[in-house]
Design a protein around this ligand. Structure first.
Ligand SMILES: Nc1ncnc2c1ncn2[C@@H]1O[C@H](COP(=O)(O)OP(=O)(O)OP(=O)(O)O)[C@@H](O)[C@H]1O
Ligand SMILES: [Mg+2]
Length: 263
């Protein structure tokens, strides 16, 4: 199986990009898929949610340095940490904060993530999911250049709709400028759903469903999500029988990662 290259992207903050990356990745790992998560956000929320250490730019290679200076296959492999069975992570590092500024002066600045992650293509990963920071900048251009698939987390907020329009325009512009093929959109995941809705939230929710991309997941607001994070676990590990774990499984099926017959 060829590794899927998935970008979890939305420049709107707090729409559960990190949470979706974490628990979708955990669900895939629990179903026997060797999964690599990449924390491309200097905030490092994905890294700390799994209780992994950030990479230290003073002690060795980081993803940002590998992108700026280049690296070989052994270097790319040295970035990867094992979290648990089938679940691997390239942790965040503080130098990701200055990466966009430093990338601007480089040639082929939007190709750099591809150069690094392609070195891991022979390591038997089934899926690679990249958690992006809330921005549309040269680092997100890098993710779009690399990605074969894009999954867009949104929340029930009218700004989510505006953000999506901007994001689609950015992808189109980049595709035209670099003559890259458009990535395949898996669709939207609506996160932090808190029912019953007010009249206003119902309207926004309906508007999200009317957008041109399909809704492939609906994840409710649950304390188990915070509790799993507190333990450094994915929801598939912490509460595999919970409704929210099932919703992530449904997302994995509907978005096309797992077969329809998944239990
Ligand atoms: N289904 C859920 N139930 C409860 N809490 C949730 C759920 N999804 C996300 N959260 C919480 O909402 C907050 C924002 O989520 P998250 O950090 O995943 O968003 P993000 O889009 O990655 O944010 P940023 O734009 O800052 O990177 C976090 O504290 C997270 O634990
Ligand atoms: Mg995040």
């Amino acid at each position: 199986m060829v590794m899927t290259r998935d970008a979890l992207l939305n420049q709107k903050g707090g729409v559960a990009k990190t949470t979706t990356t974490l628990h979708l990745g955990g669900t895939l790992a629990a179903h026997g898929r060797k999964t690599l998560l990449v924390d491309l956000d200097g905030q490092g929320n994905l890294t700390t949610a799994l209780k992994l250490d950030r990479l230290n730019p003073r002690e060795g290679l980081t993803l940002a340095r590998a992108m700026l200076e280049g690296c070989d296959r052994a270097g790319a492999r040295s970035l990867v940490r094992r979290h648990s069975e089938n679940l691997y992570v390239i942790p965040s590092a503080l130098d990701l904060f200055t990466l966009p500024r430093n990338l601007h002066s480089k040639r082929s600045s939007e190709e750099r993530l591809t150069w690094v992650l392609e070195l891991l293509e022979e390591d038997g990963f089934d899926h690679c999911l990249v958690d992006c920071r809330p921005a549309l900048d040269v680092d997100t251009d890098n993710v779009l250049r690399w990605a074969s698939h894009v999954l867009i987390p949104v929340d029930v907020d009218e700004f989510s709709i505006e953000a999506l329009e901007l994001l689609l325009a950015q992808v189109q512009t980049l595709a035209a400028e670099t003559r890259m093929p458009q990535p395949h959109y898996r669709g939207l995941v609506i996160n932090r759903i808190d029912r019953p809705f007010s009249g206003f939230h119902q309207k926004v929710y309906d508007a999200i469903h009317a957008l041109p991309l399909p809704v492939v997941g609906e994840i409710p607001l649950r304390t188990a999500v915070a509790e799993a994070k507190n333990r450094g676990q994915t929801i598939a590990q912490y509460e595999p029988r919970s409704d929210v774990a099932r919703m992530f499984r449904d997302l994995a099926v509907k978005a096309g990662y797992l077969p329809e017959t998944t239990p």
